[in-house]
Design a binder for this molecule. Structure first.
Ligand code: AMP
Length: 318
């Protein structure tokens, strides 16, 4: 089948990231940047975001070469969004040292007319009221996926809840599920989220993989690819979303227009794989030369490492 193009709205940033082992200054970052670069491995991506006049042109050239449509990318006088973070020795944990909204402070997403019928929509991390503005402009996407972040859970909870109620799939880290739902039990927290009307909740567990919980009762645990060295985990969640929706963009939905649970499960595995690649370098470095051949190799490794004998029964040893 022909792939569907994907619409993404979210942050494009310049990140300064410090790990216990290295530091990178003002590299290409932002949730939408990671997503766009990852998903463009699979299909065309239409990016809606804003950058300031200081944004390096080379990043735009790179995306243009990757079938990314930039007609929804606004360029405004002012500074590009900046984010500064430091990772702990356990790189599943980090502190945000500074967030400078820059041109995002006055940003309102304008979805170009030709994108309004997009079938696949990713609301990447950005102020929830802007995510809502996007939902008001699109017609009837087949699938809408939402990501968020601690900052918005803490400062814009009510608006975030309104957005959650309007989407199909929510991606959240385990910690964010606890923060948002105020439940000690992850599973209880996820049920609270599903009760808001979501079809699926994907819980990202950093280097431990991802869990899928669905309104139909499905539970699926996707294995993680065992990386020997993590250089910088920034953007793993957004790249996960890029692999997830990127994969789904290549799949023909059922006659009812819905993706099967098997498709969604495979999407979660693609998400894990693309997320694992991102961690191997700063910024989008590792995604630049990545091919579907590399993805397929890791896919097979995950199949092998997560397969176990389904025939075992108590009292019937083999
Ligand atoms: P992740 O590691 O998947 O949580 O994504 C980190 C990316 O999100 C970085 O590249 C940041 O530039 C971007 N980011 C950080 N804080 C925010 C925020 N409050 N709103 C939007 N994007 C952000």
């Amino acid at each position: 089948m022909e792939e569907l193009s994907i619409l993404v709205v979210g942050s494009v940033a310049l990140d300064t990231v410090e790990t216990p082992f290295a530091r990178a200054e003002e590299t290409l970052g932002g949730a939408a940047s990671y997503f766009t670069t990852a998903a463009s491995l699979y299909s065309q991506v239409n990016l809606v975001a804003v950058v300031g006049s200081d944004f390096p042109r080379e990043h735009l050239e790179f995306w243009r070469r990757r079938t990314v449509d930039l007609s929804g990318l606004q360029m405004c006088e002012g500074r590009t969004f900046r984010w500064i973070a430091r990772y702990h020795i356990d790189m599943n944990a980090r502190d945000t040292l500074d967030t400078q909204l820059g041109v995002y402070a006055g940003f309102h997403p304008v979805i170009p007319g030709e994108y309004r019928d997009s079938e696949l929509l990713f609301l990447a991390n950005i102020q929830p009221e802007l995510q809502m503005e996007v939902l008001e402009q699109v017609h009837a996407p087949r699938l809408t996926v939402l990501d968020s972040m601690e900052l918005w859970i803490m400062t814009a909870r009510a608006q975030l809840t309104e957005v959650i109620k309007r989407v199909d799939i929510l991606l959240m880290s385990e910690e964010e599920v606890r923060q948002y739902t105020e439940r000690a039990s992850l599973v209880a927290g996820v049920h609270h989220l599903l009760d808001l009307g979501l079809k699926h909740v994907v819980v990202k567990q950093g280097s431990y993989g991802a869990l899928l919980f669905s309104a139909d009762g499905t539970f699926f645990s996707a294995p993680t690819y065992p990386l020997e060295e993590v250089v910088d985990p920034t953007g793993a969640g957004d790249a996960f979303a890029g692999g997830f929706l990127g994969y789904l963009s290549t799949v023909t939905p059922g006659p009812d227009g819905q993706y099967s649970i098997e498709d969604i499960r495979r999407g979660v595995v693609h998400g894990n794989i693309i997320g694992s690649f991102v961690c191997e370098d700063f910024s989008i470095g590792r995604l630049r030369g990545l091919t579907m051949g590399h993805v397929a190799e890791r896919y097979q490794i995950l199949v092998d490492c997560s397969h176990f004998d389904p025939q075992w029964q108590f009292g019937k040893s083999r």
